[in-house]
Design a protein around this ligand. Structure first.
Ligand code: AMP
Ligand code: ZN
Length: 359
């Protein structure tokens, strides 16, 4: 199987017919989701897709463009994004064929026909951290160079093989993954597992390096579980008060917070891009609600917006106010040159408030 979708899927179609969705998702939950999660993994290593992008594409974009906050991600195919990521990692001196093998596998193992949790999302989180790093001499007050590169790797793969449903859904449907991980950070544990298998298969790092790299990746990806939001914020504030760059624990807490900010960074982008991300995540939420109704499990009413512009606005304004803005304000207090992120969040909140609805 795998993900052969090369164009970002539509975000929200006003005339979407729930019946159509139900015919697509017509199997019982475990059967359907097990199938969905099985495109993982690595059948054709080590000769998979080891293609260097054509010269026309290589010359199309310079690394400088990738340092732009509002990089036009939706104008690009997954192959473009693999190439851009490759360019960024190449600076770290990683072996080229192994790097491309890694990036191709990460792309293949995202379910790219999902509206939100696809390779575009992984790339956007990765690129946001790159933007911040490129404005701050690689964040070297808080991380050593190698950790910054590992954080970029973690970012691009942090949601790999996401099925488009949240942890509560997997737990309520008694999905195999929920059983495997004892209902704890089910998705995040799965992303880590897939990510580390891909890293091993691509052989970018040797056995000894993998031990330390895995530690960083595991903690950082676990921190993207929204259930850990408060702890990740508390830990960050705690270590900032006594930050010691020589202490691995301090650096890890900072890395966790940075990844969490970037994961929730979509509303800090230009409104044209931000609003597309909003519609994408809401579409995924609404699809989950439809499935919950169909399977007779408790319905997550708070995820249901349908096409109701007032509900869409309320969800985005609430998310900015309560979660993302405080997160980014605290990051910008410590990390230089990123004031434009919280500023854009404030502007976007206003834009959502002023939005009248679809005519
Ligand atoms: P992740 O699943 O790792 O991408 O975690 C981020 C979570 O934040 C998502 O699953 C959503 O629950 C939430 N989220 C991100 N962006 C938005 C948004 N624009 N509106 C509402 N929730 C969001
Ligand atoms: Zn994510």
């Amino acid at each position: 199987m795998g993900c052969m979708v090369d164009k970002a899927p539509d975000c929200f179609h006003p005339n979407e017919n729930p019946e159509e969705i139900l015919t697509i998702i017509s199997k019982p939950p475990n059967e359907y989701y097990n199938e969905l999660l099985h495109p993982f993994i690595i059948q054709d290593h080590p000769t998979l897709n080891l293609t260097i992008p054509p010269a026309s594409l290589r010359n199309q974009f310079s690394s400088k463009d990738l340092t732009q906050k509002d990089f036009p991600i939706f104008s690009h195919t997954t192959s473009d994004l693999i190439h851009f990521a490759y360019k960024i990692f190449q600076i770290s001196g990683l072996d080229t064929p192994k790097l491309i093998s890694f990036l191709s596998l990460i792309n293949q193992n995202y379910l790219n026909n999902l509206p939100f949790h696809n390779f575009w999302h992984g790339f956007s989180v990765f690129q946001m951290i790159y933007v911040i790093g490129s404005r701050n001499s690689q964040l070297n007050d808080f991380l050593i160079d190698k950790e910054y590169m590992i954080l970029l790797l973690a970012a691009i793969g942090h949601d790999v093989n996401h099925p488009g449903f949240n942890n509560s859904f997997l737990i309520a449907t008694k999905h195999d993954l929920a059983l495997k991980y004892n209902n704890n950070s089910v998705l995040e544990n799965h992303h880590i597992y897939v990510m580390l298998e891909i890293l091993k298969a691509s052989e970018i790092f040797g056995f000894e390096d993998m031990k330390n790299i895995s530690l960083i990746i595991i903690e950082a990806i676990l921190s993207t579980d929204m259930a850990c939001h408060k702890k990740v914020c508390d830990d960050y504030l705690l270590v900032l008060g006594r930050f010691d760059k020589g202490d691995r624990g301090c650096r890890q807490k900072f890395a966790n917070y940075l990844l969490h900010c970037a994961d929730l960074g979509n509303q800090a982008l230009d409104f044209q891009i931000a609003s597309l991300w909003s519609l994408k995540i809401l579409r995924e939420f609404n699809l989950q609600v439809i499935c919950e109704e169909k399977y007779g499990i408790q319905v997550s009413e708070f995820l249901r917006t349908g096409n109701d512009i007032n509900k869409i606005k309320a969800s985005q304004i609430g998310f900015i106010d309560n979660i993302i803005l405080p997160l980014w304000v605290k990051l910008a207090e410590k990390v230089e040159n990123i004031e434009d992120f919280p500023e854009e969040l404030k502007r976007n909140k206003k834009k959502w408030e002023e939005l009248k609805g679809f005519e």
